[in-house]
Design a protein around this ligand. Sequence first.
Ligand code: F6R
Length: 237
Amino acid sequence: MPSGTEVGLLAARKITRLVGARPDAVLGLATGSSPLAIYAALAAHVREGTLDTSRVSAFALDEYVGIPADHPESYASVIDREVTVPLHLDPERVQVPDGRATDLEAAGRRYEEAIRAAGGVDLQILGIGANGHVGFNEPTSSFASRTRIKTLTERTRADNARFFASPDEVPTHCLTQGLGTIMDARSLLLVAQGSQKAAAVAAAVEGPVTSMCPASILQHHPHATVMVDEAAAADLQ
Ligand code: F6R
């Protein structure tokens, strides 16, 4: 069973193969801790010359509402720092939902349109919340949902407090791709590391398909891959 670093290496190999076969691939990007090992491994491929990202496009899963775009923990900043710069992506080809839009509903519709105009997502990278969320589709989210504003649960705000100076600073809302949006991607790659994810991984992979565990909808995707380390696999049968 792989370690967290090996999960990143394996996932990066899969993405590198995809981009090798389809140089203008469209990637879906998750933020948070889970995909960082993937992005580090992809950056190494770019440095070594084994991955050419010059024609790759990317769409982030979600963005906080209510913090400035240049806040170091806005997902626009995180994607720029962890992905666009180290992977040498063309910033013009990288999009993040506009969490600062005055009309957030319209911003959600525009994001859906931009994904469609790019030809859809080839491979969507996903992390999973301890409560089974993917993107910020918290439990009870509709399986048909599209990019829209969501309220973060107290659990998610507490889990993400580590990125902020104080728990009060964690935004209460976000603009997130919906479960329907995520399921439209041609392939999904969910990664999870650590024992705090074990129950959510088991519920998503082996439990009933239920909106109480949004990630369980991945069971209905024809090309979904789940890569976990030993600790995150602990509750699997
Ligand atoms: C982030 C996102 C979330 C995270 C999840 C896990 O863009 O969509 O679903 O993937 O909250 O976060 P980490 O990886 O920080 O444990």
